[in-house]
Design a protein around this ligand. Structure first.
Ligand code: SF4
Length: 84
């Protein structure tokens, strides 16, 4: 029997399982230069805000279409709705 993991609208890719995260997000975040990358505390804070946001839709932002885990990893990036 194959394993089925339900994906909810309020899920980040990291919440959907390790494979989804590695394939979709981690590879992109890993190539961001250290100088351009958000520090861990701020990254977590940004993603906690996204998790509570009505615009989060299965890892993407309904306002701008971005993958929030990539957008949040960029130091100079910001939320399109000024939540972070
Ligand atoms: S980037 Fe902003 S608007 Fe988009 S899901 Fe995150 S908090 Fe919500």
């Amino acid at each position: 029997m194959s394993e089925y993991k339900k994906i909810c609208r309020r899920c980040l890719f990291s919440d959907m399982g390790e494979e989804a995260y590695k394939e979709m997000i981690s590879a992109h975040v890993d190539i961001i230069k250290e100088a351009d990358r958000t520090d861990e505390a701020l990254y977590k804070s940004r993603l906690d805000t996204c998790r509570e946001c009505e615009k989060l839709n299965a890892g993407t932002c309904a306002s701008c279409g971005c993958f929030v885990e990539i957008r949040a990893a960029l130091k100079r990036s910001s939320c399109p709705n000024k939540k972070w």
